[in-house]
Design a binder for this molecule. Structure first.
Ligand SMILES: [Zn+2]
Length: 93
């Protein structure tokens, strides 16, 4: 449940950013997995693909950084480090 909630939150954040920026899709995202978020990069990818289906993040390329610092303030979280957006207008130019 916890994992699903983390990934859902991230997708919601991406959708909000897409809407704000008027972007059609996320092409690239970089995330940071805390030591205590209990997801391997592969496992995170599986959840991400599942939750991102049908959203602007559906085909985003994932760059995943993992942490082994259990004392980190965000050790239980998944953090969005950076992202690259694309709009159809740009793609046509
Ligand atoms: Zn899981």
């Amino acid at each position: 449940m916890h994992e699903t909630a983390l990934v859902k939150n991230l997708i919601h954040k991406l959708q909000a950013i897409c809407a704000e920026e008027g972007a059609d899709r996320v092409v690239d995202i970089a995330v940071w997995l805390g030591a205590l978020c209990h997801m391997s990069p592969d496992h995170f990818s599986d959840h991400f693909r599942q939750e991102a289906a049908g959203t602007c993040a559906e085909r985003a390329r994932l760059q995943i950084e993992t942490s082994d610092d259990i004392n980190h303030a965000n050790a239980q979280d998944v953090l969005l480090q950076s992202l690259e957006l694309e709009t159809d207008d740009e793609a046509l130019q």
